[in-house]
Design a protein around this ligand. Structure first.
Ligand code: DX5
Ligand code: ZN
Length: 225
């Protein structure tokens, strides 16, 4: 049976001066991907809590907060307070991943850990049973519009295998360089949540772009191997 697919446009590629109407353009998506960068964990700075509150007020889609920040231990709770529905913090940024996952669960939100391209999937083995989602970065985090790292598909297969061995089925989100051209490749390897920044907001018809990515992703999901 094909996996359920979710499409998560990243508003990092939206026009920030017109964020309300940009959000109105992506109502056919499943999630709003919200990229928080702190200029320290990654060499770029984006938006934070106030913008998250504004986005929550302007959309009825769940907000998927991707925290590319050095201090998730201090900040996760604040993003939960601001209304994040899904919180992904980076494995590389904390010594207390299990504690943060428990905190996110206590607050009734969806707990996810993000992995940089150089972080192996086995880093998550001790906590994989507790995760609702794993975010596999398919570019080095920091910027939209980068090229998909091809070896990511091998990593996704390895992650799927690890989940199967544990008898768990977290959502697997992929982020970076994704489009209708390669969505089928990543869903075939086991991903089921597709983040797309430039492929959605760079298109004049955002609904058509989302539909194209979804179509491609479903083709891959039907051939999962
Ligand atoms: C990169 C961000 C991504 C980015 C994706 O650090 O985490 O979410 O916005 O943008 P595209 O789809 O253009 O690679
Ligand atoms: Zn992201």
């Amino acid at each position: 049976m094909p996996n359920e697919i979710k499409i998560a446009p990243s508003i990092l590629s939206a026009d920030f001066a017109r964020l309300g109407s940009e959000l109105a353009d992506i109502t056919s998506a499943d999630l709003v991907h919200f990229d928080v960068m702190d200029g320290h964990f990654v060499p770029n700075l984006t938006f934070g809590l106030d913008v998250l509150r504004a986005v929550k007020a302007a959309t009825s889609l769940p907000v998927d907060a991707h925290l590319m920040i050095s201090n998730p231990d201090e900040m996760v709770e604040k993003y939960l307070d601001a209304g994040a529905d899904i919180v992904s913090f980076h494995y590389e940024a904390t010594a207390h991943a299990h504690r943060l996952v428990s905190l996110i669960h206590e607050r009734g939100a969806v707990a996810s850990v993000a992995l940089n391209p150089a972080t192996p999937v086995y880093a998550l083995e001790p906590i994989i049973d507790d995760l609702d989602m794993v975010l596999v970065m398919t570019v080095n985090p920091g910027f939209a519009g980068q090229r998909f790292i091809e070896s990511s598909t091998r990593k996704l297969r390895r992650l799927r295998r690890m989940c199967d061995e544990h008898g768990v089925n977290p959502m697997i989100e992929v982020d970076g360089g994704l489009s209708a051209q390669n969505a089928s490749e990543v869903t075939r390897a086991g991903a089921n949540v597709i983040v797309a920044g430039s492929a959605v907001f760079g298109a004049s018809d955002r609904a058509a772009a989302i539909a194209d990515i979804r179509r491609s992703a479903l083709v891959g999901a039907s051939k999962t191997c």
